[in-house]
Design a protein around this ligand. Sequence first.
Ligand code: GLU
Length: 436
Amino acid sequence: MSIPAASAKATSQHALPSYLNPEHHGPWGIYLQQVDRVTPYLGSLSRWVETLKRPKRALIVDVPIELDNGTMAHFEGYRVQHNTSRGPGKGGVRFHQGVTLSEVMALSAWMSVKNAAVNLPFGGAKGGIRVDPKTLSRGELERLTRRYTSEIGIIIGPTKDIPAPDVNTNEQIMAWMMDTYSMNEGATASGVVTGKPIALGGSLGRREATGRGVYTVGQEAAQHIGLDITKAKIAVQGFGNVGGIAAKLLAQAGATVVAVQDHGGTVYNASGLDVPNLLKHVDEHGSVQGFENAEVLPDEQFWGVDCDILIPAALEQQITAENAHQIRARMVIEGANGPTTPEADDILHERGILVVPDVIANAGGVTVSYFEWVQDFSSFFWSEDDINARLVRIMREAFAAIWQVADENQVSLRTATFIVACTRILQARELRGLYP
Ligand code: GLU
């Protein structure tokens, strides 16, 4: 039976998948708004913009494991490849009780933008499992990781899609992922994941790379607004691999880290927290809670702390219309992915607070992931100095180009980064053309 054109159109509109709904709440809705903001700047490429609003491929997997007590548990896992126009999918894997498909979709889309913004030859992807890993033993965590890897094994691979660490995943989890994929392939494939231990083809400098990138773009942005980073007061939310390292590098440069918030609470010291000792405390106790030589602040007071630079380095949607008015910093550097809602972005912009967006600020991690992947392919490993120097060069050059686009178009750094990145992605899309 043939369907008349008009009703076919109506049918397809009625059948709009929920994730295309511009009213979508949560990170995916935020991402869609960011794409809408950049569309007027894409010229003739805007005819391809719909590509950016739909993930290329999304896989939902059941991850069953046997718990130590002999019972079975099922977890839901995802791997989303948002775009592969410029190269294989690339992006981390998150283990968190709040993980949902639409969150992973947004995170995968931000990877497409981030990778294009720093001109890495990758598309964007992301994965995750909805699980609180703190509730699992080491054996359970290993079984979960291995089963998940095996399930997503049908779409990942060194030339297809390359996972890496993200929230609550680390080098050990990457080692298990690499081993599981390799066992299934019958050959050691070190390039299937990045962020591995050095002994398995990991890269020097990878562990610190995201924090080092935050620090590097922070330095560049500070110069533009006439802020001396060595005298700056810093507040950091999230004290893991991103916030902890960024705080360490800033403190080493002479900055004063006055406040740190994590899942255990908020610690504050107007004359500066002892960052190396705080890192040790978090390592030993799992959070900032109980740290000596600091005042404990009620969590909601964190946003209003007197500081020059605020670094959200935890989860999405932390800076919102509710707290954006309280922020006293001169600049926000987004270590986390998606920490600022579009409404908060506008409030900060109106208040003259510079926002250095995630898609450039935290690109240091995936940049050194790229170096790791290249090193694995060539089986030739670089020195840490070499890696750090190349990282700093890429971050500085990308930031300078984005600053110029922002200046020329009188747009925010976020929109400027999206202009640069989406232009690259859609140029690749157009050159490749539609298949078939
Ligand atoms: N998870 C990190 C990010 O959000 C790194 C991804 C990677 O190295 O592939 O950028």
